[in-house]
Ligand binder design. Structure first.
Ligand code: 13P
Length: 260
């Protein structure tokens, strides 16, 4: 299975800045067979960056889209409108769930739309600090995984990536984020594989890529990438700093080579 290093730029960079930043990355990122480097710029930047990117080195992801193809949906951008620009799409990010009120039903429709249009959905799941404190992590992760995948066949699950991003570990929301312990992350990865195995079967459960996200930096990237069930990282803040992001890519490559 590939290792995925995904940078979520969130609502940062103008189109011009995005292009300059991508240029910097493209100068340094090499073509690597088993390491997929993906960035998710703002929707505005997707079109120009899709012309600029070297898809042998890196791929693009959408941060968001609407699940209908065309029609009277003022202000929305459909998956059909972006399908030629990107290979991946984030779905169910906690910032979409908690700031913009997306429900598991919305998330499910988006996962289905992405698959219908040939994009790989990166389904994000994760509990809040309160839910963890109340011992609800297992239930929340189970509900979000099953809620998002409800309409996904076993065959299509092979095209889905799941990212575990505990909300309390995500930076940029006022109070300082907590850093997740690798042991806690591995517990949730195991839980997700168990849910997939019970719902589908062992082989798809084992082959679904699982990513971790939440305050990942070059300093702690290796501790997560070394986990037996970790297939990559979803990075916010550190993906906006070129040397940091490039270091994390190098670390991922080294961890992969060491494992081989
Ligand atoms: P940070 O890496 O800034 O904590 O963000 C994580 C995230 O939400 C990536 O999608």
């Amino acid at each position: 299975m590939k290792t995925y290093i995904v940078g979520n730029w969130k609502m940062n960079f103008t189109v011009g800045e995005s292009s300059l930043f991508l240029h910097k990355l493209l100068q340094k990122v090499r073509i690597m067979r088993d390491l997929e480097v993906v960035v998710a710029p703002s929707l505005m930047a997707l079109q120009p960056l899709s012309l600029q990117i070297d898809r042998r080195k890196m791929k693009l992801a959408a941060q968001n889209f609407y699940d209908k193809d065309f029609g009277a949906y003022t202000g929305e951008v459909s998956v059909s409108q972006i399908r030629s620009l990107v290979n991946y799409a984030l779905v169910g990010h906690s910032e979409r769930r908690y700031i913009f009120g997306e429900t598991d039903k919305d998330v499910r429709a988006k996962v289905a739309a992405a698959l219908r249009c040939g994009l790989t959905p990166i389904l994000c799941v994760g509990e809040t600090a309160e839910e963890r404190a109340c011992g609800e992590t297992t239930d929340v992760v189970r509900d979000q995984v099953l809620g998002g995948l409800q309409d996904v066949s076993k065959e299509d699950l092979g095209k889905v990536i799941i990212a575990y991003e505990p909300v309390w570990a995500i930076s940029g929301h006022g109070k300082p984020a907590r850093v997740a312990s690798p042991l806690d992350v591995e517990d949730v990865f195991k839980l997700i594989r168990k849910i997939l195995s019970e719902t589908y079967d062992d082989s798809v459960a084992e082959s679904t890529p699982l990513l971790f996200g939440g305050s990942v930096k070059s300093l702690n990237a290796e501790s997560y990438l070394s986990l037996p069930d970790c297939n990559g990282l979803l990075i916010g803040g550190a993906s906006l700093i070129a040397p940091e992001f490039l270091d994390i890519i190098e670390i991922a490559k080294r961890v992969r080579d060491d494992r081989a």
